[in-house]
Design a protein around this ligand. Structure first.
Ligand SMILES: NC(=O)c1ccc[n+]([C@@H]2O[C@H](COP(=O)([O-])OP(=O)(O)OC[C@H]3O[C@@H](n4cnc5c(N)ncnc54)[C@H](O)[C@@H]3O)[C@@H](O)[C@H]2O)c1
Length: 341
């Protein structure tokens, strides 16, 4: 079955997904695209072969599955419109501007039973999955601590040029929800269940409701502790960058700059085993360990074609929202520990 894919939103991430779909060689056809910005809408249509539509409804009426790639405050309304038609839906992260809406959205797609997927792309990073595999090896022992840091220049400028990320009514809040949600998602995927958080937030840019520095201490169910730091600065030479360290009883594993997809990943284990891989060598190491590296957009389309489950889905994304909400509540309370259920 050829899956006709529609696009709501024609900005940076919609373009990324369109290119990934083409690269996937999935059995896919481009339906319509709608964006209230005519330049973006027509530019996307010209580049992808999609039809430039005159409304959201025209896109939804002419596709088998839809990508919701608008700014965050529009996600819920558009997901609801898609689900009301029984359409499978890919929604970008974060699901919504707050936890209550994210919960409602997860409930809606679950009840409808439509194939659904969320753009929590770090779960598909070969580098992150290699770290996860090294950490999960019983030879590494239990996770004692993690140190996660992400930073990027505040994306109201530069290649992002998204002024909406400075408007709390559209983005919800700042660096933790908009950017750090990837880290909160991968944190549990890599290192285990979080049971408590304590957070602090700061606002250097003075944008109302848009925090630009967050630090959180997390406690894991298995006894480990860790820290997550997310920052939006003005160093235009630094777009999205990450460093992640996981320290286990008998192993140290790190994902280092510059690339949270292709590495490098470096590790040392008790007994003298040590490694440093990036690029092609990282791919070879993943293959050697049986770590799959599928094209996520190709997987979404394949799941749509069979009516199967895609991953990560809205329920997976909801968990990251739960963590973000707990950190925000803790920060609002001056850093008091907040239990995560
Ligand atoms: N998974 C990731 O790594 C990743 C990366 C970047 C952005 N995102 C997320 O993707 C979403 C879009 O971000 P972006 O960087 O592409 O932003 P962007 O500014 O490049 O594009 C957003 C577009 O949405 C359009 N839009 C607004 N309301 C709309 C509506 N009702 N119907 C159709 N189009 C509408 C805007 O006109 C704009 O062109 C955000 O939720 C963001 O958090 C995810």
């Amino acid at each position: 079955m050829t899956v006709r894919v529609g696009f709501l939103g024609a900005g940076l991430i919609a373009t990324f997904h369109s290119k990934m779909l083409r690269r996937s060689r999935a059995d896919v056809a481009w339906g319509g695209v709608w964006d209230p910005d005519p330049g973006r809408r027509d530019g996307f249509a010209a580049a992808s072969g999609a039809t430039s539509c005159r409304s959201e409804e025209e896109v939804l009426d002419g596709c088998d599955a839809v990508y919701v790639c608008t700014w965050t405050s529009e996600h819920r309304r558009l997901v609801e419109a898609a689900v009301a038609r029984g359409l499978p839906v890919f929604c970008e992260k974060p699901l919504s501007t707050d936890l209550a809406e994210a919960t409602a959205m997860a409930d809606i797609v679950r009840s409808a039973g439509v194939t659904n997927m969320v753009g929590l792309i770090m779960r598909r990073s070969p580098a992150c999955n290699l770290v996860r595999d090294l950490v999960a090896d019983p030879a590494s022992g239990r996770v004692m601590s993690v140190v996660f840091r992400d930073d990027q220049y505040i994306p109201v400028q530069g290649m992002y040029a998204s002024t909406w990320r400075g408007d709390r009514t559209k983005v919800g809040s700042g660096t933790l929800l908009e950017h750090g949600i990837h880290d909160l998602d991968i944190l549990e995927h890599m290192a285990g269940r979080v049971v408590s958080v304590s957070g602090r937030a700061a606002n250097f840019h003075g944008l109302d409701g848009i925090e630009d520095a967050v630090a959180a201490v997390v406690a894991f169910a298995d006894g480990g502790v860790g820290s997550v730091v997310s920052v939006w600065h003005d160093v235009l030479e630094r777009p999205s960058l990450r460093r992640m360290e996981v320290i286990c009883e008998r192993a140290w594993v790190a994902l280092e700059e510059p690339d949270d997809w292709w590495g490098p990943v470096r590790w040392t284990r008790l007994g003298g085993e040590a490694g440093l891989v990036e690029g092609d060598a990282l791919v070879a190491e993943c293959q050697r360990r049986g770590i799959e590296m599928p094209n996520p957009d190709g997987e979404f389309v394949a799941a749509v074609a069979t009516g199967g489950r895609a991953w990560p889905d809205f329920d997976d994304a909801l968990r990251a929202h739960v963590l973000a909400d707990a950190i925000y509540r803790s920060a609002a309370a001056g850093g008091d520990a907040v239990a995560v259920t």
